[in-house]
Design a protein around this ligand. Structure first.
Ligand SMILES: C[S@@+](CC[C@H](N)C(=O)[O-])C[C@H]1O[C@@H](n2cnc3c(N)ncnc32)[C@H](O)[C@@H]1O
Length: 393
């Protein structure tokens, strides 16, 4: 992908001394388990300053709502609406000031810049280190405006509906719900994906899997490569590949029907649904034919680590997308057992792994696919991130 914004984003991140490909880079609080297993705060995947990502996602949205809200009812009704709005915002913790000197409460009719300041303070008080940026993102989403708009229209009064939505967003974030679930979208490989609690939020380190696959496809020069994205979740890998290479055909499998619904929505959104076949079932079992390459970002967090993950992950993301069994490798081993009969000669398996799992995965691969070549690809932070297993041609 030329001028790949995701790559630029990771390079920038690396330049800032952070860990772009590790699901770790911008964790609000360092968390050893989270770091090792590549699971960072979802905001991490948006930074550094998610302008690229937000721009990508934002560009698909209507500019209609840039217009200031207009009262649509008679004067009496508007008053009722205003009272309802106050009641609603009270229940959301956005009600009028309790004390006269409490300027951190929304009164209604605030200017955009005031709401932004207020949201930043509110999130900062909850201990979210990226509070300023998160407040921006949530306000941009509530108003459906770009970041530029946010900073060039600070004096504009914000309508009641958008204010309520912003308050509701802040409330959800205060309960540590991931930003991407609140806004409903996440950028991956320069594309905008719908995400909700049915699917794992795609992580930037998974882009390495996509890049490695594209590099291998380029080298092989195969005419119509057939790929399998196993455990497709939001469809991030399958859709990114189909969008990057018009000749590939992809089978995308998941044992979650709900995840497949999200994935097929994302495929249609990127107009690649004709080249992706969605199949429900366990690992490679649903494949109707052998494939050239299997790609998988399967659950790889050891079960006893799950409870120690930060609340954004442990309380919100699907357990089935995280739990890799006792040592984190149970699902990966299952895939490796099935792979020999599901690959064409010279076929490959590309697996995303936790930074400390390379030895275990390589051993599991050698036992199940004797004679296959096995190597590890490191991410920009120098951590083991992808294992590539290659059958003899
Ligand atoms: C870590 S998520 C990855 C989602 C997506 N591929 C990504 O990279 O963002 C793992 C996915 O694998 C699915 N999964 C877990 N066990 C599976 C199995 N045995 N067979 C098929 N899918 C499975 C989960 O439902 C989840 O959607």
């Amino acid at each position: 992908m030329s001028g790949d914004p995701s790559r630029q984003s990771r390079q920038l991140t690396a330049a800032r001394g952070q860990r772009p490909n590790s699901r770790v880079g911008f964790e609000t609080r360092p968390h050893a388990a989270t770091a090792r297993h590549g699971l960072a705060h979802p905001l991490d995947q948006r930074l550094p300053i998610d302008h690229g990502g937000l721009a990508t996602c934002h560009s698909e949205r209507s500019e209609e709502s840039l217009r200031p809200e207009q009262p649509q009812e008679s004067n009496g009704s508007v008053e009722i609406l205003r009272l309802r709005s106050i009641a609603a915002s009270r229940s959301l913790g956005c009600g009028p000031a309790r004390a006269q000197n409490d300027t951190s409460r929304v009164q209604g009719g605030e200017k955009l810049s005031q709401l932004l300041r207020w949201g930043r303070t509110r999130l900062a008080r909850l201990g979210l280190e990226e509070a300023p940026l998160e407040a921006e993102v949530l306000l941009m989403d509530a108003l459906n405006v770009s970041r530029d708009y946010l900073f060039t229209h600070g004096d504009e009064p914000v309508g009641a509906k958008a204010t309520r939505e912003y308050c509701a967003h802040l409330e959800r974030r205060g309960r540590r719900e991931p930003l991407a679930y609140i806004t409903g979208h996440k950028e991956f490989f320069g594309l905008c994906f719908h995400v909700d609690r049915r699917v794992l939020i795609p992580r930037p380190e998974t882009e390495l899997l996509v890049e490695e696959c594209l590099r291998l496809l380029q080298l092989s020069g195969a005419h119509t490569p057939v790929l399998a994205d196993v455990g497709t979740g939001s469809g991030a890998i399958a859709v990114a590949l189909a969008a990057s290479r018009s000749e590939v055909m992809v089978y995308a499998t998941d044992n979650s029907q709900e995840a497949l619904q999200v994935a097929s929505f994302n495929a249609a959104r990127q107009s690649v649904q004709e080249r992706i076949t969605f199949l429900q079932g366990s690992l490679l079992a649903p494949l109707p034919e052998p494939v050239d390459m299997v790609l998988a970002n399967l659950p790889y967090v050891p079960t006893d680590i799950l409870a120690t993950l930060q609340p954004e992950i442990a309380d919100y993301e699907p357990l089935a997308a995280l739990d890799g069994g006792r040592d984190g490798l149970a699902v990966i081993r299952g895939l490796l057992s099935q792979a020999p009969t599901r690959l064409r000669p010279g076929g490959r398996v590309l697996l995303e792994i936790g930074a400390d799992q390379a030895v275990g995965v390589m051993q599991a691969a050698s036992e199940r696919m004797p004679g296959a070549g096995v190597r590890v690809v490191k991410d920009l932070a120098g951590l083991d991130r992808v294992v590539v297993i290659e059958l003899a041609a």
